[in-house]
Each structure stands twice: as structure tokens, then as C-alpha cells.
Design a binder for this molecule. Structure first.
Ligand code: NAP
Length: 595
């Protein structure tokens, strides 16, 4: 199957070319938008002042985009480049999305910088200099701020403004949208009307705060990794409790441990983690890579995870090849030394063959035993689920941290947190005192942010009602009953099981091309067909069922949120997915009704 490797070998060299920087490519020029929209330079100040005084009639736009992260920024750039009036509404005070909110100590991307960046602009990818193999949050945020200014996006972004509701008006074939901002309109509310409504709200943006009894009564400071304050937090000399051991915890725990006088980590489920082996980028290597950047990006697009595999099998290798245990061991040792997510995609078959996966899982467990001094702690830190089934973590000295005498692991797998007391965390009748409480408890992934807006489609159907049994989409881009609503990296698309930036660009380009097609043909509506949606859901599941992914309690399945329906949400296989999306377009938007 095409979930993990380059089976299809599909590369679309013609897909990003002239016009991808927003210079054109579509027959819609500035000022010729279907609503007779004025160019932004003439429009912005005067119009927003008028709108602030007069909330009705609604501001008319071609497209409203929710969220100013990687997705929203690029989409705004593309839509404006097509001569459409588009605006981003963003709840935060700045751009960045994930990288705006996740400022916890050690926050860093575990896809390498040279890949976790936009490729739509050759100039941008040539001029920007990453400093480390894996970028830290401040550097990624600086990059996104640079992109915002370089492409003059800021003037069409409304910050500190939350989109409250979006209701599809069938008679007008438009979305009627309400926002809540700072001081615009009456009581900060503002009405918008747009032909296209795009949720670019990210997959991991709705922070999950478990309903711990007594949480509000905690006398110290409480932080959530996904909503970290903007000011420096100093844990020096403080007793800290961290709840959770996912990626955010694995990154922050070693740094918090450096400062805290005492650290208790509350672990419900242990996680596999691979050393990042981060370090400064070698300027010569960067230069060499930039000289063939387009080729390098194409290699990534041809991969199942959308990430270049530094250890590809020879092209003439039998596609059914399964390494012997000895060959696998050698590959895993090499991948471990290389560091990061390559551990999973640098050896064939790990996500499809459980017996092979178990060998890899045993390999990591042995590494944990090698690193952690206390055998009991090593045992507690060793997962028994398939490796990669829950999102693989990437760390710098995570397991080593537990060798420090002031760091304590509290196993809560059999005895959940009873309550948060004013003085600390209580488990099994014992109170663990702390001055600061860090919730590294993750997100309501993939659907949480979408349900954060009251979205109502045809007949007033609410999105969360339609998805009560789990998300249903066509291509992860659209859902029936909600015409002209697009979701960037929605459930049913590769999203979180791929290089997010690459998946975002692919979606943004698909959406922009689709909008261009509709405008060119004078169409009013595009909507997923019921059949196409049903078949897509079945296909997403069928592929996932051939892998280890649905076999454990992960957030990919919604298992981390009490009461959330268990549906495997990502589509496995970026290259296959992108080829399907292209085919849908080549067949005049097969699976969609256009009117
Ligand atoms: P996460 O992986 O969902 O981890 C949340 C942790 O909190 C888990 O250990 C979970 O335990 C625990 N938890 C949740 N509710 C709990 C409760 N009621 N009681 C006790 N423990 C509880 O969240 P995350 O670490 O924020 O990471 C989410 C995703 O964001 C990652 O998987 C990754 O995709 C992305 N991320 C990426 C990076 C990066 O690029 N380096 C960094 C951070 C995050 P259970 O496992 O038992 O549910």
C-alpha cells in the first residue's frame, strides 16, 4: 500500500511554477473581482473606519479565512494575487497559529527546518536562513512574521478577532459571518458576508484542559503548553508538576528540570521518543541543498509522509522487500544515530507489519534501558504499544532527565489523578506538592477548532451535529451540506501524518485553483456529493486499517478526549493523496456538485 513509501513515485513538477507567488496564472486581475472590489491599497483604512461605525450592511468579501498560521497566510496571499477580496480573522494578537501559542520551554519543530518551510516562493526559500537543523518556536515565528511583511499580508488581517459563527445563506449563496473583536462594530461584533469561507484553524490548536477536580483552586501558577504566556517563566528554585508525557512534555521536561528544584512528572501512558540530534546547520550543506531545492522538495512530495527519506531503498529494490531482523537492526541503529522521525520512515514496513514494528519497539525500549539508571523507572518509561502508533516524540535528553535526583516519575496508569489541591496534585491519596502546574495535556485534535466556530450549512445544519458520530469529509477539504466551505488540512487529509507545511501548501493551492475555476466559469456553489464523501471516509479507514495506526489510544483517533467518537482522522499517504486531488481536478471536480 502507499501509506509509507514512494510506491506511486508521483511528482508534479508543473504544479508550482510561474504565478505561484500570486502573480497570476488565473484570468482574474486586480479590481475585476466578482464583487467589484477595490484594490486593497485604496480600500483598507477608509473602509474599516466606516465599517467600525456601521456594522450593517455586512462587509462584503469574496473570501473569509479563519486563522493566520501557515495555512491562512499563504491562502490570503494566493487569493489576493487572484484579484479577490480576502481577509483573515485571527483570535490571537499576531500571526503564527501554532507557533504563536506554543511558547513553552523547548518548543521546537521536529520536521527539519529545510523542509518545514514554504516552497511556493523560490525567492523566499532562497533568502531565508535557518540556523538549526530543527527550528525552535521563536525562529519559526520570526519566519512567519517575515513572510507576513514580505508579502504585505498584515493589512488584510484582523487580529484579536474571533469568528463566532458562519451561516450559509442559501438564497444568496453566501456565508453570513459574525466576528467578535476589539471595539469594532457594536460591542465588538461585526457582520461579514463572503462567497467562500475557509477554516485555516490548524489541527492542534484547541487546547485540551482535562476536567480535573479542584483545578481552579490550585494556589500556584497553572500553565498549558498550548497556551503559554508571552513573558519569560522562570522555574528556578520552584517545585513543578507536569501532567502529560506527549511531544510537548518530552520537549519541555528536560528544560524545566534544569531550573526547577523539584519536578514531578505524571505519566498516564509512556511514549516512544527518538533523539533529535539537533545542532547548527552547516552553511555548506545548506548552500548545496538550496542549489537543488526544487528537486529536494519534489523528493519530499513523492513520499508517504511528505518528508525526504535520507535512506531510500535502491530504485530496483523489490517493492515487497522486508528486511531480515539483522538488516532491520542495522537500519534502526543508523536511523537512531541520524535522529528524529527518520526512525519511522527510514526503515521499510514499520507501520504496516506488526512483527517488524515490534522489533523496532523493542529496539527503543532497549535504548531506554541503556539510558535510564533505575531499571524500575526505565520499565515505567517503556511503552508497549506499536512504535509510531501514537505520534512519535523527538527529544533532546528526555530519558536522561529521569537520572537526576530531583526528577520523579509518577505512574498514574492504574490510578488517575484524583484532584488538584491548592498545594499540588493528588494521586492514590498522596499529595505531590508544587508551586507551578504545567498541563502538557494536548489538544482536541483536528475537529476541536472547527467546532469552535458555530458553522451552519444548508437547512441550518450545524457542523458538530453533522459530525456527531465523527468527521465526514470529501478529501478532507469539504463536507456535504456546507457549500463553498473549505477546510485546510481537515480530517480525512494527510495533515498531521505528513509534513504539515507541505500539506498546507498543497491544500491552499487546490483551494485557490478551485476558487479560480469557479470564478472563471461564473459558478456560485461547490459542494461535496454524498456518495463521494461516503466513499472517501471508507477509503481513509480502509488504508488506516492496513497499518498499526488505529491499534492504540491516540489523538489521531480522538481517544484523548472523553466522549469523542473514535474515528481515525488522517489520510495515510501524502503522495497518493496529492495525486487523487489532482485527478479530481482533471476530471472537472469529480465528486463535487457545481452550480
Ligand atoms: P499529546 O501528545 O496529546 O500528549 C498529552 C499528554 O497528556 C499525554 O501524555 C496524555 O496521556 C496526557 N493526558 C491527557 N489528559 C490527561 C489526563 N486527564 N490525565 C493524565 N494525563 C493526561 O499532546 P502534546 O504533547 O501537546 O502533543 C500533541 C501533538 O502536537 C503531538 O503529537 C505533535 O503532533 C504536535 N507537537 C509537535 C511538536 C513538534 O513538532 N516537535 C511538539 C509538540 C507537539 P495519554 O497518552 O494517556 O492520553
Amino acid at each position: 500500500m502507499g501509506a509509507t513509501r514512494l510506491e506511486m513515485g508521483i511528482v508534479h513538477p508543473g504544479k508550482r511554477g510561474a504565478g505561484q507567488d500570486g502573480a497570476g496564472g488565473l484570468a482574474i486581475g486586480p479590481g475585476t473581482g466578482p464583487l467589484g472590489w477595490n484594490p486593497p491599497a485604496e480600500r483598507s483604512p477608509a473602509m474599516s473606519a466606516a465599517q467600525a461605525r456601521e456594522p450593517n450592511p455586512a462587509t462584503q468579501l469574496d473570501a473569509v479565512v479563519v486563522g493566520a498560521g501557515f495555512a491562512g497566510l499563504y491562502l490570503l496571499h494566493r487569493l489576493r494575487g487572484m484579484g479577490l477580496s480576502a481577509r483573515i480573522y485571527e483570535a490571537a494578537g499576531g500571526v503564527g497559529g501554532t507557533w504563536y501559542w506554543n511558547r513553552y520551554p523547548g518548543a521546537r519543530c521536529d520536521v527539519e527546518s529545510m523542509q518545514y518551510s514554504y516552497q511556493f516562493s523560490e525567492e523566499l526559500q532562497q533568502e531565508w536562513e535557518w540556523t538549526e537543523r530543527y527550528s525552535g518556536q521563536p525562529e519559526i515565528l520570526r519566519y512567519l512574521e517575515h513572510v507576513t511583511d514580505r508579502f504585505d499580508l498584515r493589512r488584510d488581517i484582523e487580529f484579536n478577532t474571533r469568528v463566532q459563527s458562519a451561516v450559509y445563506d442559501e438564497a444568496a449563496s453566501r456565508w453570513q459571518i459574525e466576528t467578535q473583536g476589539e471595539g469594532e462594530g457594536e460591542g465588538g461584533r461585526h457582520a461579514l458576508s463572503a462567497k467562500y469561507f475557509v477554516m485555516a484553524t490548524g489541527c492542534l490548536s484547541s487546547a485540551n484542559t482535562p476536567d480535573f477536580e479542584g483545578l481552579d483552586d490550585f494556589a500556584g501558577n497553572t500553565y498549558h503548553t498550548g497556551r503559554w504566556p508571552h513573558h519569560e517563566i522562570d522555574f528556578a528554585g520552584r517545585r513543578v508538576c507536569v501532567i502529560g508525557t506527549g511531544s510537548s512534555a518530552v520537549q519541555s521536561i528536560p528544560i524545566i528540570a534544569e531550573q526547577a528544584s523539584e519536578l514531578h512528572v505524571f505519566q498516564r501512558t509512556p511514549n516512544y521518543s527518538i533523539p533529535a540530534r539537533n545542532g547548527p546547520l552547516d552553511p555548506d550543506e545548506v548552500r548545496a541543498l538550496k542549489a537543488r531545492y526544487a528537486e529536494f522538495r519534489a523528493e519530499a512530495r513523492a513520499e508517504g509522509f511528505g518528508i525526504v527519506n535520507p535512506f531510500p531503498l535502491p530504485p530496483d529494490q523489490d517493492p515487497e522487500y522486508v528486511p531480515s531482523p539483522e538488516e532491520l537492526e542495522a537500519m534502526l541503529e543508523r536511523n537512531w544515530e541520524y535522529g528524529g522521525l527518520t526512525f519511522l520512515n527510514g526503515a521499510p514496513g514499520l507501520v504496516v507489519l506488526p512483527e517488524l514494528n515490534e522489533l523496532a519497539a523493542g529496539f527503543v525500549r532497549k535504548k531506554i534501558r541503556d539510558v535510564v539508571d533505575d531499571p524500575e523507572i526505565a520499565k515505567l518509561l517503556s511503552p508497549h504499544t506499536p512504535v509510531g502508533c501514537k505520534r512519535l516524540c523527538v527529544d533532546t535528553h528526555y530519558f536522561e532527565t529521569y537520572n537526576q535526583p530531583h526528577v520523579h516519575l509518577v505512574d498514574i496508569s492504574g490510578s488517575p489523578i484524583e484532584k488538584i489541591t491548592p498545594a499540588g496534585v493528588q494521586v492514590g491519596g498522596q499529595e505531590y506538592p508544587c508551586d507551578d502546574l504545567v498541563l502538557a495535556t494536548g489538544f482536541d485534535a483536528m475537529t476541536g477548532a472547527l467546532f469552535g466556530v458555530d458553522i451552519r450549512g444548508r437547512g441550518g445544519l450545524a457542523l458538530n451535529e453533522k459530525w456527531a458520530e465523527g468527521p465526514r469529509t470529501y478529501l478532507g477539504l469539504a463536507t456535504r451540506g456546507f457549500p463553498n466551505l473549505f477546510i485546510v488540512t481537515g480530517p480525512g487529509s494527510p495533515s498531521v501524518l505528513s509534513n504539515m507545511v507541505q500539506s498546507i501548501e498543497q491544500h491552499v493551492e487546490w483551494i485557490a485553483d478551485c476558487v479560480g475555476y469557479m470564478e472563471e466559469k461564473g459558478l456560485e456553489r461547490i459542494e461535496a456529493e454524498a456518495n463521494a464523501e461516503e466513499q472517501w471516509g471508507a477509503q481513509v479507514n480502509e488504508i488506516a486499517d492496513q497499518t498499526i495506526f488505529p491499534s492504540c489510544n491516540s489523538w489521531y483517533l480522538g481517544a484523548n478526549i472523553p466522549g469523542k467518537p473514535r474515528v481515525f482522522m488522517p489520510f495515510l499517504g501524502f503522495a497518493d493523496y496529492a495525486a487523487i486531488c489532482d485527478e479530481v481536478v482533471a476530471n472537472a471536480y469529480e465528486g463535487f456538485e457545481l452550480a
